[in-house]
Each structure stands twice: as structure tokens, then as C-alpha cells.
Design a protein around this ligand. Structure first.
Ligand code: ATP
Ligand code: MG
Ligand code: MG
Length: 555
């Protein structure tokens, strides 16, 4: 029954509801650090958390995990909000860990007073060395038993900016022999003398992730704090910190973990994506080759396709790599239903219909989308001189070739059946013109007997006189390797695909495409799915190829 299709996290929630948690107490959060743009991996977490919110009609907070002023910026905050909204989700509250700095500080003082935290002035190297190894206990810091008064005094001075960065840290006093290394007196605060994008220079000490995250969940009364598997070993610490401050009358958050989403042929960590941006390997965070939400959006992906991809790739307990072709499948399926059909010739050769009157223009009707009811139609001008794709013509070809050749017939989409007659070549032997004759009775939709004639091939075309010249950007995978960041010493940068971007400056579009707006979706017939690029102007159209019509990588 229904419960069988639940993922393991949904099962955990269902169990909690059965054992007494009130439905009204369900609350989730999505907690990005504003140190980069969101990527398709984040979309897994967004769809998971906001999806649970939708299923249970529970609030979902957007919480900026902004505890590291060195890497965080307002630009990233804005882009994250924009991307989540574009994906179609609404957060209940916009929260910032930095709004809790005072509360976190007050709790830290309580911990010090309760003998659960102390100030350590040793070097980071020494502290790390004293932690020991998983199989041998660590060595306690000589400052572990510093008197409370002294701890309070130094901690306050740390806060007031009286010490240089790195001179002191506040540590939780837990267990230097714990088999869980994270429990060996982990750091709670460090000194950072850097302005924060929201709190300015108010603070000189910043809380560590482990100290901030669970307490923020508690402040917001998040019932299920869902994070990725690398935090599994942090759960014990998450619980220990909650134990120190928890009030029994309040809801106690629960951390649970799921596998990160990885995608083949790309890198996903923000640090690596930032490197691609900073080295100008790509044109920015929203370069259409980037696995970022904004890159996918610019490439022509729809929010629906990304949500669909999340649904079909699912939530897992174990790390795995999802094939990028699954993402391409999701967008292709969606665009097939959504995209307006149009004609564009990317690599043109001239075709002349010798029995069609010179100077005549005929407006033909083209259906907008055969996959959509009442999608309507638009007009396409037809005339004596057309462009077709170079690859759609061969002077001579075998019987399996269903495109244009001398002496054989094909249909021009929405227009006439034509027959190849002769070619004109330049002195180098390149074909400059193809001469054809048309069966002038065979116009599509005209109802004549000739219009019903079946011929094997159908070609797309544009009328030279009416066509708009445009730039076409086609993308290939950014990396040639399936797992570019899984080569140990070798940087992922060594696996870049030198041909990931192909620009054609002289493609020709049917005039209807002059009206294209940002985010409009088109299928250029027989070529692929396209969308207008944000760099386009009315005078200079630029289209991005989203994806081909078929999986060209399928073996
Ligand atoms: P990155 O390593 O890419 O910088 P991060 O985990 O540091 O990622 P955060 O901004 O902290 O990035 O992530 C916000 C939320 O999104 C976290 O709950 C995190 O676990 C989740 N998340 C990040 N990357 C992925 C991923 N690849 N798959 C699923 N969830 C992810
Ligand atoms: Mg990070
Ligand atoms: Mg993180």
C-alpha cells in the first residue's frame, strides 16, 4: 500500500507521528551556507525538505547557515532565494544563524559555568595532535581544567576583539577518549576578525557548525533536521549539545542523514564550482554548462524537470552517482510536452526551387505543438530560395538515406514535396546551391491527393529572404571523465572537455522566433530543444541548446 512507496525518512516521520509526535509539531528546514550558488545536489535537499512540508502541510524554514564571514556574501543569499522560488517552493520563515549569535553566546556562557566548556590557547596543530587516533585515546589539553572565572573572562575578551585570530578557541569539554573523534573536546568558537555580511563587525568570534546547527534547529523548533551522510558521526555531538540546553517542554529536534546526490560528468562541491568561476573556465555561476540551478535554468531546464529528476532519482541511504542522462531524460520529457515547434537551420546550404515563382511569398501554417491540445499554430513564410542543413543533402546516397539526394523526393516540413535536380559548386568543389523542383500540388494541409503522398524523409528549412540570423550555443559535458574529482592527486581541472561549448554565429531562424522571450521553450525541429539566452537582444538573438531530441550518448 501507500507506505511502501515512502522513502526511509518518510518512514521515520511516520513512526514518530505514531509514537506521539503531533502533526502540528512537524517542521523542516533547508540550511544552505551562502558561500556559493545552489547546485543540482542542493535541489535534492530542497525537494526533500519542501516536499515533506507540502506532504504534511508543515512549515519549512529557509535558514542561512552564515557562520563563516570569510566565505559568505549577500550575492549568494540573493541567488539562493531566487533559485528556491524559481523551483516553486515557499519557505515559512527566512532565518539566519547569525540572528542567533547572541543566544548561542549566552548558551556558551552557561556551558562554561556548568564546567562543560573551556578556553584553549594552544595552536590548532597542537590541539589536533592531542586528539590522538581513533584507536588510541587523546591527551587532555593542559587548559582543560582552567577555572570557570578565568574561562569567562578570556571568552568575553575573545568576543570583544581583544585577541588576534587563532589565539584562542572555546572547546566543549566532553571526552578525550571517545571512540568518536568529534567528541574529543570539539571546538565551539573561533576568533575571526572579518566583517560579516549581516552582523558587520559586531562579532569577533564565530560559532562552529556543530555548535550552531542543532541549537538553531532547536530555536526554530525544527522537528526533523535532515542532512547528508557525512554528518552521521556528528549526530552524537548534535545530541550532546542539545542535552546541555534542552527544555523538556519544548520539542527536541532530531538529526537524520541521507546520501548526497552526485551526478556523473560534473563536480558539485561549491569550492570546485567557485574554482571554475574564478579561473574563468566558465562564464559565471550561471554558465549553462554548470550543474547549478541558475546554470540549468539558463540552459533551458524547467523547474518541473528538476523536481521530476529529484523524484525519479529518489532519496537514498547510501552514496551513489546518478547518471546525468537521467537529468537529460527528465528535461526532454518535459520539453516534449511544453516546447513550441519552430524551424532553424544551424549549418545552412542554399536550396532553390526552380519551378516556384520568383518574388512570391506564401504564408504556411505550422502547428505549435502536436503533443499539446489547443496549442495553436503560427505562420511560416515560404519562398523560392531556402536554407536547409548541409547534412540533409548528399548528391548520391544509398537506399537507406532518407534525406535529399539528386532524383529523390523528400517533404519540406509544413510545405511541399521537392525533388533534387542538380547542384552548383564553387571552384573548390563545394556545393553552393541545390536546385530542386517542387510538386506544387503537394502543400501540407491543402487536402489535395498530392498532399497526402507519403515520402520517406521530412526536412526543416527557412526562407532565406525572411530568416533571422542568430547565434546558437551548443553545449557538451564540461568534463570528459565520469567522475572528474575522484582521481586523488590529479585535479578535476585536468579532465575538462575542451569542446564543451560550440558557438555558431550564422544560424538562420524562421521569423516567428523574433518574438521569443526569456524562458520560452522551443523545439527546433529535428535539431533539439532551445531557449533564448539572457545575453540576447532584439537585434542579436542568441539561443542555447538545452538538450538534443535523443540521448546521443546512449550506446
Ligand atoms: P558543498 O559541498 O557543495 O559546498 P554543502 O553541504 O557544504 O555543499 P550547504 O550549503 O551546507 O552545502 O548545503 C545546504 C544543504 O544542502 C545541506 O543540508 C546539505 O546537506 C544539502 N546538500 C548539499 N549538497 C548536497 C548534495 N549533493 N546532495 C544532497 N544534499 C546536499
Ligand atoms: Mg560547504
Ligand atoms: Mg554545509
Amino acid at each position: 500500500e501507500a507506505s511502501e512507496s515512502l522513502n526511509f525518512l518518510e518512514h521515520i516521520i511516520a513512526e514518530d507521528l505514531k509514537s506521539g509526535l503531533s502533526k502540528d509539531d512537524l517542521r523542516f528546514r533547508f540550511p544552505p551556507e551562502p558561500n556559493g550558488y545552489l547546485h543540482i545536489g542542493h535541489a535534492a535537499s530542497i525537494c526533500l525538505n519542501f516536499g515533506l512540508g507540502e506532504d504534511h502541510q508543515s512549515p519549512v524554514n529557509l535558514r542561512f547557515d552564515d557562520t563563516n564571514p570569510i566565505k559568505e556574501e549577500q550575492e549568494f543569499v540573493d541567488s539562493i532565494k531566487n533559485d528556491i522560488e524559481w523551483l516553486g517552493f515557499k519557505w515559512a520563515q527566512e532565518c539566519y544563524t547569525s540572528d542567533y549569535f547572541q543566544q548561542l553566546y549566552d548558551w556558551a556562557i552557561e556551558l562554561i559555568k556548568n564546567g562543560k566548556a573551556y578556553v584553549d590557547g594552544q595552536s590548532p596543530e597542537l590541539i589536533a595532535e592531542q586528539k590522538g587516533t581513533p584507536t588510541s585515546p587523546g591527551k587532555p589539553s593542559p587548559h582543560r581544567d582552567r577555572p570557570t572565572e578565568e574561562n569567562l573572562e578570556i571568552f568575553e575578551k575573545m568576543k570583544n576583539g581583544e585577541y588576534p585570530a587563532g589565539s584562542y578557541v572555546l572547546r566543549a569539554k566532553i571526552d578525550m577518549a571517545s571512540p568518536n573523534m568529534l567528541m574529543r573536546d570539539p571546538l565551539m568558537y573561533r576568533i575571526v576578525n572579518r566583517a560579516h555580511h549581516r552582523t558587520g563587525t559586531d562579532w569577533c568570534i564565530y560559532p562552529m557548525y556543530d555548535w550552531a546547527h542543532g541549537q538553531s534547529d532547536y530555536i526554530e523548533q525544527v522537528s526533523h533536521s535532515l542532512c547528508t551522510l557525512e554528518f552521521k558521526s556528528h549526530r552524537e555531538l548534535y545530541d550532546w549539545f542539545l542535552d546541555q540546553i534542552y527544555d523538556e517542554n519544548k520539542l527536541r529536534p532530531k538529526q537524520r542523514e541521507f546520501a548526497r546526490r552526485n551526478l556523473s560528468y560534473t563536480v558539485m562541491s561549491k569550492r570546485k564550482l567557485l574554482e571554475l568561476v574564478q579561473t574563468k573556465t566558465v562564464a559565471g555561476w550561471d554558465d549553462p554548462r554548470m550543474p547549478t540551478i541558475s546554470g540549468l535554468r539558463r540552459r533551458g531546464y524547467t523547474p518541473e524537470s528538476i523536481r521530476k529528476f529529484s523524484e525519479i532519482s529518489g532519496i537514498s541511504k547510501r552514496d551513489s552517482v546518478t547518471d546525468v542522462s537521467l537529468l537529460e531524460y527528465a528535461i526532454r520529457e518535459d520539453l516534449n510536452k511544453r516546447a513550441t515547434r519552430a524551424m532553424a537551420v544551424i549549418d545552412p546550404v542554399k536550396l532553390v526551387i526552380t519551378n516556384y515563382p520568383e518574388g512570391k511569398t506564401e504564408m504556411l501554417e505550422a502547428e505549435n505543438n502536436p503533443e499539446m491540445e489547443n496549442s495553436g499554430s503560427h505562420e511560416v513564410p515560404f519562398s523560392r530560395e531556402l536554407y536547409i542543413e548541409k547534412e540533409d543533402f548528399k548528391e548520391e546516397a544509398g537506399s537507406k538515406y532518407f534525406r535529399l539526394t539528386i532524383g529523390k523526393e523528400v517533404r519540406l516540413k509544413n510545405a511541399y514535396i521537392i525533388k533534387g535536380e542538380s547542384v552548383v559548386k564553387d571552384e573548390k568543389g563545394n556545393i553552393t546551391e541545390i536546385h530542386c523542383t517542387a510538386d506544387l500540388e503537394s502543400r501540407s494541409g491543402s487536402g489535395t491527393e498530392a498532399s497526402m503522398r507519403k515520402v520517406k524523409g521530412t526536412l526543416h528549412w527557412v526562407s532565406i529572404q525572411h530568416a533571422i540570423k542568430a547565434e546558437i550555443r551548443e553545449y557538451d559535458r564540461l568534463f570528459l571523465d565520469e567522475a572528474p574529482d575522484a582521481h586523488g592527486e590529479k585535479s578535476f581541472m585536468e579532465f575538462l572537455n575542451p569542446e564543451s561549448l560550440k558557438i555558431t554565429k550564422e544560424a538562420y531562424l524562421e521569423p516567428f522566433l523574433q518574438e521569443a522571450k526569456l524562458e520560452d521553450k522551443f523545439q527546433f525541429q529535428r535539431v533539439g530543444y532551445f531557449t533564448l539566452d539572457k545575453d540576447a537582444t532584439a537585434e542579436y538573438l542568441i539561443f542555447n541548446k538545452t538538450v538534443g531530441l535523443k540521448d546521443s550518448w546512449a550506446k
